[in-house]
Design a protein around this ligand. Structure first.
Ligand SMILES: [Zn+2]
Length: 343
């Protein structure tokens, strides 16, 4: 009996170390340990020589050994490809891994980042403010008192329970908040989302993005404004793009202008994008109205400043030749993933 147990232990060791890497070796293993003339069978045959009182114990050891050998066989069978239905598929480390889905930056983010980085190089710092704003910061402080007709051009969404609250129509509220801090000079760029009560169409949406700039110091002139914007246009749209200023009206700037750039799709010849004029309107600008400075407790006799504001969507439409503004907010991965390599 002791001798048999020792023998079983040594067979176990042999099975543990048994190398099976092909069907032939698998068959050799089967014949040696599990075949009709194999070792397991011959061990069972020894049962008759075991004393009766030890038979139960020996039977248990034998059964364990048999299961051990069968388990080794089944494992080896699966890994040598003899059993297609097995769960234990061989691990092939040479297979390529599952591709990780890498997101793309949103086209609006790409264009906004480009705009912001150009002004940052000129020394502008980024300022931020709330999208839910009160009437004073969005309108009144900007020289748009209640009942001012220019308010109609910037109809927005109001909060029913708080009639004084609204969704900001421009990022100029950030300019007001910065001016109120009273730390001069101010040289900021304000990127952000704004809202208008507009019918949603291919050309306009009830929300869009703006980048506004503000520079207030002593002796700031319209020439500084023009030079800054010239630099911006060349960096943003290319060295060959022409610029023109048209007189305009905004309540918060005086004098005011709108700036157009020559259409870089048709190079000024006229196309669908520029409505065959050769020019595309890109931003509004002007010298900060003295009343706005005074509203923010800045001495308008000592300080002057310029401000400008532009949408992000329109340049994005132009730069990427997109024909519908709604695509930017539909969250359609087929559209968005096309910008994976865009800059
Ligand atoms: Zn054109």
């Amino acid at each position: 009996m002791e001798y048999l147990l020792e023998q079983i232990a040594s067979y176990r060791k042999e099975i543990e170390g048994y190398q099976i890497s092909n069907p032939q070796q698998l068959e050799e293993f089967r014949i040696k340990f599990l075949g009709t003339r194999g070792l397991t069978k011959s061990l069972f045959a020894e049962m008759k020589n075991v004393p009766n009182e030890k038979k139960k114990e020996f039977g248990q050891v034998l059964n364990d050994f048999k299961q051990f050998a069968e388990k080794k066989f089944e494992h080896a069978k699966a890994s040598t490809g003899n059993n297609q239905s097995s769960d234990n598929e061989e691990l092939d480390l040479s297979l390529p891994g599952d591709a990780i889905q890498i997101g793309a930056r949103h086209p609006i983010t790409l264009v906004r980042n480009r705009m912001v980085s150009i002004f940052q190089r000129l020394g502008f710092s980024i300022a931020d403010g709330p999208e839910i704003e009160d009437d004073w910061h969005n309108f009144t402080a900007l020289n748009l008192p209640e009942n001012h007709p220019a308010r109609d051009m910037q109809d927005t969404f109001y909060i029913h329970q708080k009639p004084d609250w609204l969704l900001r129509t421009h990022t100029s509220n950030v300019q007001i908040r910065e001016m109120q801090k009273g730390k001069l000079p101010i040289r900021i760029i304000c990127p952000g989302r704004v809202y208008r009560n507009e019918t949603v169409s291919a050309r306009s949406h009830c929300f869009f993005h703006q980048v506004e700039g503000l520079y207030i110091d002593e002796n700031v002139s319209f020439a500084d404004l023009k030079q800054t914007l010239y630099f911006f246009v060349k960096e943003m749209f290319g060295k060959d793009v022409k610029v023109r200023f048209r007189p305009s009206y905004f309540p918060f700037t005086e004098p005011s202008a709108e700036m157009d750039i020559s259409c870089f799709i048709c190079e000024g010849k006229g196309c669908r994008i520029c409505k065959h004029t050769g020019w595309v309107e890109i931003l509004g600008c002007g010298m900060v109205h003295p009343a706005v400075l005074e509203n923010c407790s800045i001495d308008s006799n000592k300080y002057t400043g310029y401000a400008f504001g532009m949408g992000v969507e329109r340049p994005a439409l132009l730069l990427y030749d997109v024909n519908d503004i709604r695509l930017f907010s539909e969250n359609d991965a087929r559209f968005l993933k096309q910008f994976g390599s865009a800059v």
